[in-house]
Design a binder for this molecule. Structure first.
Ligand code: NAD
Ligand code: UDX
Length: 459
């Protein structure tokens, strides 16, 4: 079994970068990425490399090199599936918004649609790879659908979860900590392993059974999210006691058993994965009647929601308990720096709370488009505000911060550090407040410039 021709279904934050790096590292492979959304495919095929559907440092350069050579973007899903020997399913698996498991379980409708399509159109043997993050045991559902199809084609199902983090996707794909492949067919596992061995040392490729692989992905995200909630819980205690969270994180993280990474206190974690995968883990645990396990992991989310809420509450409290008609400059909308992704961004929820207090928001993000910001806010319920009069999005940070009463730093974009803070101070209403939800500006001596500076986790 040898992999020569790949079709990846789903041209999103995982499918796009993953296949671009694969194409670059394996020039002998032919890779087609397909998507049900024709506008997305058009944007991936566009000459305007600055406006690809996914912004990731280094990605546009790779796309420029491999696109049209061994990487192709297409809307012809049936043909691309038929031509390939190996299929990656990289579609979205969001939290269900309806029916059984609403608000908790992963919605597998997109995965199932892909599998049914594969079953319907395949004419010869295929390796079918779960790249999407899915609940443990999903491979059995996939196998059942494939095996019961009329085609009588031989299918080998593998789990190969993706561990890239947005903003560092290219770096993570080029030099991953590990690659995980779960499956039953040794032949198929070896064929996929051979592909990765083109640039990844064999000892970094872990092989397991299907269920361990599927579950490990959820658990990895749960552990990472748990670290953020752990440090964020302590950030509140630091603020109450006069300790400093950066000093505590350094002291604690210096223990080699704990390690220094992923201990940055923040306004809360966001992104399309942590919350979704934790909810899914909690749902799975409950479905096996493991309530103590479910309660334990649910707490990670409870702390995260508390962190976002208490940050907004601080702003209200410090601004004399009223935000009505006060202007707040919002710096950053993406869920972290170096991405244009805003899914579950804490900025959305903090802004929602401020708007409900009748604040007027002036927002700037270097990579997020105006329309996205409005759509994010529109998607929320319990809105006691008018987006048209209370929200303005700017393309220039100085304009966004002009004459505001306070600034909320909600994404850790490096460029915010380089702003002319003296000039910003001069143009603000006084007293001029900064609420730093990312500990981004701690070494800027903003108090010396006259600011009232509040930072998550204490100074
Ligand atoms: P995304 O929403 O950015 O992309 C998914 C794409 O799949 C969309 O473009 C959508 O149009 C397409 N699609 C959906 N159903 C389809 C169908 N039936 N046929 C063809 N195309 C279809 O999602 P994403 O962020 O790339 O995540 C994909 C999966 O990878 C999820 O399961 C996610 O949990 C997992 N994951 C994401 C990340 C991340 O950082 N975003 C990291 C690791 C794993
Ligand atoms: C995460 C996992 O890291 C990745 O392995 C998985 O494949 C997908 O989910 P991602 O969500 O893209 O990746 O970014 P990540 O760097 O994990 O950050 C998630 C959120 O946690 C962001 O909002 C980030 O700002 C926040 N965070 C992260 C902190 O608040 N503090 C930290 O120390 C680290």
């Amino acid at each position: 079994m040898e992999i020569k021709h790949i079709c990846c279904i789903g041209a999103g934050y995982v499918g796009g970068p993953t296949m671009a790096v694969l194409a670059q590292k394996c020039p002998h492979l032919r890779i087609t990425i397909v998507d049900a959304n024709p506008e997305k495919i058009q944007a991936w095929n566009s000459d305007d490399l600055q406006n690809l559907p996914v912004f990731e440092p280094g990605l546009a350069d790779i796309i420029q090199k491999v696109r049209g050579k061994n990487l192709f973007f297409s809307t012809d899903i049936d043909k691309s599936i038929q031509e390939a020997d190996t299929l990656f399913i990289s579609v979205n698996t969001p939290t269900k918004t309806y029916g059984k498991g609403k608000g908790m379980a992963a919605d597998l409708k997109f995965v199932e649609l892909c599998v049914r399509k594969i079953a319907e159109v395949s004419k010869d043997r295929k390796i079918v790879i779960e790249k999407s993050t899915i609940p443990v045991k999903t491979a059995s559902l996939i196998k059942t659908i494939l095996e019961q199809s009329d085609s009588k084609v031989e299918f080998h199902v593998l789990s190969n979860p993706e561990f890239l983090a947005e903003g560092t996707a290219v770096e993570n794909l080029v030099n991953p900590d590990r690659v995980l492949i779960g499956g039953e067919s040794m032949e198929a596992i070896e064929a996929l392993s051979k592909v990765y061995e083109n640039w990844i040392p064999k000892e970094k490729i872990i092989t397991t059974n299907l269920w361990s692989s599927e579950l490990s992905k959820l658990v990895a995200n749960a552990f990472l999210a748990q670290r953020v909630s752990s440090i964020n819980a302590i950030s509140e205690l630091c603020e109450a006691t006069g300790a400093n969270i950066a000093e505590v994180a350094k002291a604690v993280g210096s223990d080699s058993r704990i390690g220094p990474k992923f201990l940055n206190a923040s306004v809360g974690f966001g992104g399309s994965c942590f919350q979704k995968d934790l909810l899914n883990l909690v749902y799975i645990a409950r479905s096996y009647n493991l309530d103590a396990v479910a309660d334990y992991w649910e707490q990670v989310l409870i702390i995260n929601n508390h962190q976002k809420k208490r940050f907004a509450d601080q702003i209200v409290k410090k601004l004399y308990n009223t935000l009505a008609d006060k202007k707040i400059g919002v710096l950053g909308w993406a869920f972290k720096k170096d991405t244009n992704d805003t899914r579950e961004s804490p900025a959305i929820y903090v802004s929602h709370d401020l708007l409900n207090e009748q604040a007027v928001l002036q927002i700037f993000d270097p990579k997020v488009k105006k329309q996205r910001i409005y759509e994010d806010l529109e998607s929320l319920t319990d809105k006691d505000y008018d987006l048209n009069t209370q929200v303005q999005v700017f393309q220039d940070p100085y304009e966004a911060l002009h004459e505001v009463h306070a600034i909320a730093v909600l994404t850790e974009w490096e460029e915010f550090k380089e702003l002319d803070w003296e000039k910003i101070y001069k143009n603000m209403r006084k007293p001029a407040f900064i609420f730093d939800g990312r500990r981004l500006l701690t070494d800027k001596n903003l108090q010396d410039l006259g600011f009232k500076y509040y930072v998550i986790g204490g100074e």
